[in-house]
Design a protein around this ligand. Structure first.
Ligand code: RIB
Length: 303
């Protein structure tokens, strides 16, 4: 069964510098390599879901500039439906200068540009696609008022929702309540909880206000923890040599959406998502490093 997924979110042109180590404030260091690539959490999730086999519609905004061409190139190459992406003449496409060190860790500055101007009418135009979707995925790299509007539109049609609260931002409890699955990393969990987290399970439970909500907390190189109001389950990930962690969280969310939409049980879908994210970090780039479905399946069933 082909999963039908709608992603509402950002596109950024990623301007990536690779270096031995990050500069300290005021310091200049030499980079080894520079690359421009397709990024943005929303678009990365859309591309990843398509590459993992889903039928994907992306709703977002780009500028009328050369950086937007990177978006259309990758969407066309991966078969992402971009009919509901608006080109905005008044603001530039989002950009993200990114630094990656030799351990694969990154630092990112996002200049949202057109991503900040997604309109309710952009969501409304896509209602026929939303109505037939299995899943909607939304993140926070957009104007935050559009997030509950998008999630509500999905719930009106009984569509399952994933809210990936990235990048970290404080959002209203009413918005979190619209998420069937909430997928913070540990930093985002702290921001949502309003302070340092000593107990991931208790903190995640503190955010769930409906009995049928689930948090899936991503724990980097360790794996992910499933938390429901009553149960918790740790799903370890796969050991790999990390080259660039950019886009790993996006790939995780996309794979989770694909796995659940295809009918996998939650622990199986999280294992599938762990595998996809692990493969993503073995290659440089964001959308460019998303693995093919066959590679994820091979990692999950090597014999
Ligand atoms: O999650 C990775 C993404 O974050 C990058 O592609 C960059 O554009 C930023 O949005």
């Amino acid at each position: 069964m082909t999963a039908k997924i709608v992603v509402v979110g950002s596109f950024n042109a990623d301007l990536v510098s690779y270096m031995e180590r990050m500069p300290r404030p005021g310091e200049t260091v030499h980079g080894d390599r520079f690359a421009t690539g397709a990024g943005g959490k929303g678009s990365n999730q859309a591309v990843a879901a398509a590459r993992l086999g889903a039928d994907v519609t992306f709703i977002g905004r780009v500028g009328n500039d050369v950086f937007a061409n990177l978006a259309y190139e990758i969407w066309d190459a991966e078969g992402v439906d971009h009919r509901f992406v608006t080109r905005d003449d008044e603001v530039a496409t989002g950009v993200a200068p990114i630094l990656v060190d030799s351990s694969g860790e990154n630092m990112i500055v996002v200049v949202l540009g057109a991503n900040r101007r997604i309109r309710k009418r952009d969501i409304d135009a896509a209602r026929p696609r939303i109505a037939e979707a299995d899943m909607m995925v939304v993140q926070l790299e957009v104007n935050l008022e559009i997030v509950p509007y998008a999630l509500k539109s999905a719930k009106e049609y009984g569509v399952t929702t994933i809210l990936n609260p990235a990048p970290a931002a404080a959002i209203a409890a009413e918005t979190i309540q619209l998420a069937d699955y909430l997928t913070p990393n540990e930093t985002e969990l702290e921001t949502l909880s309003g302070g340092p987290v000593a107990d991931v399970v208790a903190a995640a439970r503190g955010l769930l206000t409906r009995g049928d909500q689930t948090a899936v907390v991503t724990l980097g190189a360790e794996g992910a923890r499933i938390v429901t109001p009553e149960e918790t389950h740790f799903v370890p990930t796969f050991a790999v040599d990390a080259v660039d962690t950019t886009g790993a969280g996006d790939t995780f969310n996309a794979a989770l959406a694909v796995g659940l939409s295809e009918g996998m049980a939650l622990p199986e879908a999280v294992r599938f998502a762990n595998a996809a994210a692990a493969l993503c970090v073995t290659k440089p780039g964001a959308a460019d490093s998303v693995p093919a479905r066959a590679d994820v399946d091979a990692l999950l069933a090597p014999f």
